[in-house]
Write a protein that binds this ligand. Structure first.
Ligand code: FDA
Length: 530
């Protein structure tokens, strides 16, 4: 009797409700396939969220970072699958492939074009929110981190074991490891150690046939491709083995704000000549945004010079005084802290217990559009003036450009070492972001960022105008929604993201996923496809 009550009955209820869905919706076959393969009823209810499920919306919205893609008219997934075991991932691949659903893989949901949770064709989301273990082996300086963990969870895991090891990944602590490592990953340790992807030493991937591959079994070509060649292209990466890097117990962070009335243009002009040549221990960035002017009722543009030095303030001040006296860095602009606390500082959070890194909702979400550029020659002062002045426009009220110095370790890594090619000779990378609050005005703001991008054309890398795949920009071109996308068509954006590595990525894609099961608007297409 107990057996009937606890095992058979719940199973029947779940199966019958899914069969109900079968009759009412075209995705029934998919659900039927998946529930039969998972088979345990209590697991099914924790793994499959159909649109009828009361938790569907909260599961869907849980990690949508760009609220531009969570409006009532945004296409919604037929189901969200939150696997708890590797076999659930394999089953999801099998059933979506067999029943014609596109799969969107989501780790942290920070994709700026929303491609991890939106598609124009019938789709399901594979959400790795339950794959977030962080296993730190401080003795051997390695970590196995699952893709659904955030960078914050990784940083916290490392810092709770050791104060003298860190990891060179992105600034915002809510980014998912899965997407971030798949596209490169640049942050405040980038000048010292390069990208997050440069420190991946193994991975666990499920391919389009459900095969479980580690580095040894996938081979060096595929292992090369997944370290920067973009997510949702070669398979589902469940976990990554990464090598940690040394950090001192105390680092120094600083901010010096200068606005147009305080010579911001001239100081930024000078920064371009210096920042990439500073010692590798010193990372600097400039954040450009509109702020209130000292004259009441007026606005101005601020260049916030921010930095992180792998050492103490007494060493930093003379270094800046010698290399970049124009900044006027003083002790009161600086704070000493641990490396892990510097993540909070750069994320714009007040200094507080580092447990905040475990909070996936600690940062505000907004509707936004982003674009990126890589700059190889310093901009002339007149060019900077024009750029800054665009931030005085009305549409730039919530806009920011984050300009990050390159050089250092990035200069010493070959362009073809990994798919991410933006290395030697880059002075800085600019990430332009515009945000808005009223969805009806989205077009106006998007037009503004497009104008800013076109203004910058003469000052940035050319042939191709390089772009960073981790901040996807669908303006650069997309795959065809249905059917075949030619190499020539995809090259338009592919060469911008990957330069000459694009060809190799296409060859690897053709070998590993010739039917192009893993795809999105800007995934690497195979040479031919069905
Ligand atoms: P999400 O889950 O949306 O996935 C992004 C892409 O990867 C999608 O195509 C998805 O399908 C695919 N994918 C996700 N998990 C996968 C998996 N396990 N296997 C295969 N494919 C997978 N970048 C940077 O370099 N430095 C920085 O400091 C920042 N800061 C930053 C702040 C904010 C607020 C945003 C919104 C973005 C950034 N980024 C960034 C960009 C960030 O690195 C990029 O958006 C990552 O792709 C985000 O990874 P998520 O897992 O969060 O995204």
């Amino acid at each position: 009797m107990k057996f009937l009550q606890f095992y058979v009955l719940p199973f029947l209820i779940v199966i019958l409700s899914l069969i109900g869905a079968t009759l009412a919706h075209p995705y029934g076959d998919f659900l039927h396939c998946l529930s039969l393969r998972i088979s345990n009823s209590s697991t099914i209810s924790k793994v499959i969220y159909t649109q009828n499920n009361p938790s569907y919306s909260s599961v869907l919205n849980a990690s949508i970072q760009n609220t531009r893609f969570s409006t009532p008219t945004t296409p919604k997934p037929y189901a969200i699958i939150t696997p708890r075991k590797t076999s659930h991932v394999q089953s999801t691949i099998y059933c979506s492939k067999n029943h014609g659903f596109q799969l969107r893989i989501r780790s942290g949901g920070h994709d700026v074009e929303g491609v991890s949770y939106v598609s124009q064709v019938p789709f399901v989301i594979l959400d790795l929110v339950n794959f977030r273990a962080v296993k730190v082996d401080a003795k051997n300086e390695v970590v196995w981190v699952q893709s659904g963990a955030t960078t914050g969870e990784l940083y916290y895991g490392i810092a709770s074991k050791t104060q003298t090891l860190g990891f060179p990944a992105g600034i915002c602590h809510t980014i998912g490891i899965g997407g971030h490592l798949s596209g490169g990953g640049f942050g405040i340790l980038g000048r010292k150690y390069g990208l997050a992807a440069d420190h991946i030493i193994d991975a666990k991937l499920i391919d389009a046939y459900g095969g479980i591959l580690n580095r040894k079994f996938m081979g060096e070509d595929l292992f090369w491709a997944i370290r920067g060649g973009g997510g949702n292209t070669f398979g589902v990466v469940l976990a990554w083995k990464i090598k940690l890097v040394p950090v001192p117990p105390v680092v120094t962070v600083f901010t010096v704000n200068k606005n147009l009335e305080q010579n911001a243009t001239k100081i930024f002009h000078r920064w371009q000549y210096i920042a990439h040549k500073l010692p590798n221990d010193l990372f600097t960035a400039v954040w450009i945004m509109k702020v209130n002017s000292s004259q009441v009722g007026k606005k101005t543009v601020q260049a916030g010079f921010r930095g992180m030095f792998l050492g103490g303030v007494d060493e930093l001040i003379p270094l800046i005084q010698q290399e970049f006296p124009e900044l006027g860095l003083a002790k009161e602009n600086c704070t000493q802290m641990s490396w892990v606390q510097s993540i909070l500082y750069f994320g714009g959070l007040p200094i507080q217990p580092v447990e905040i890194l475990l909070n996936r909702n600690a940062l505000p979400r907004s509707s936004l559009k982003a674009k990126t550029d890589f700059v190889k020659e310093p901009m002339p002062e007149t060019g900077i003036e024009g750029f800054m002045n665009m931030f005085l426009e009305e549409e730039a009220d919530f806009a920011i450009t984050m300009i990050e110095a390159f050089g250092g370790k990035m200069d010493g890594i070959q362009e073809n070492e990994l798919p991410y090619p933006h290395r030697a000779g880059i002075l800085f990378e600019s990430t332009y972001i515009v945000q808005w609050t009223n969805e009806e005005d989205a077009g106006t703001y998007i037009n503004w960022i497009r104008r800013l991008y076109s203004y910058m054309a003469s000052y940035v890398s050319k042939s191709p105008r390089e772009a960073y795949h981790n901040y996807k920009d669908l303006d650069l071109g997309t795959n065809n929604v249905n059917g075949y996308t030619s190499y020539e068509q995809a090259s338009v954006w592919g060469l911008k993201y990957f330069k000459n590595n694009f060809k190799r990525l296409v060859q690897i894609k053709t070998m590993i996923d010739p039917m192009n099961f893993f795809r999105n608007e800007q995934s690497v297409p195979p040479l031919w496809s069905p």
